[in-house]
Design a protein around this ligand. Structure first.
Ligand code: CMP
Length: 139
């Protein structure tokens, strides 16, 4: 898992002690291509870091966004305590690191830098989605 964590930029700035705590909570999961990992409207019980591969986020507005090595997803449902905002599926064989909600909340409570980085990106995504909705873009 250490090797996979090293590929995720959001973890890069953290010290070894902090990292070892997170590494202990991550579970590696291998997915084939074209598998739905999270489904829009479902309850969110975990978030995911992409160790290698690619996923497609199918936005409610009809567009889609691709995320690959080093990116994360599934954070919005945890932060907002809302159902999944979009469906996310693999486009090719993909290795994901899974962090369960309870572990995320615990880690976020004492590693503010990590919580903040995840929140900043979640906010950016939310605004992007609202912007697309307002513009009625279907890309
Ligand atoms: P969540 O709502 O838990 O489940 C769907 C996920 O898709 C969401 O968390 C984000 O991680 C991701 N997502 C939603 N909108 C975007 C976006 N505009 N760009 C990238 N990822 C997104």
């Amino acid at each position: 898992v250490w090797e996979q964590v090293a590929r995720v930029p959001i973890f890069a700035a953290l010290g070894v002690v902090t990292l070892s705590e997170i590494v202990g909570k991550l579970r590696t999961r291998y997915y084939p291509a074209r598998v739905t990992v999270v489904r829009r409207g479902d309850a969110g019980d975990s978030m995911f870091f992409i160790s290698s591969g690619e996923v497609e986020v199918r936005l409610p507005t009809g567009g889609s966004v691709k995320l690959s090595d080093g990116a994360f997803f599934g954070e919005m449902a945890l932060l907002e305590r809302q159902p999944r905002s979009a469906s996310v599926a693999t486009t090719r064989p993909t290795t994901l690191l899974v962090l369960y909600a309870s572990d995320f909340y615990e880690i976020a409570s004492h590693i503010p830098a990590l919580a903040e980085a995840v929140e900043v990106e979640a906010r950016r995504r939310r605004e992007e989605n609202l912007g697309r909705q307002a513009a009625g873009t279907k890309r």
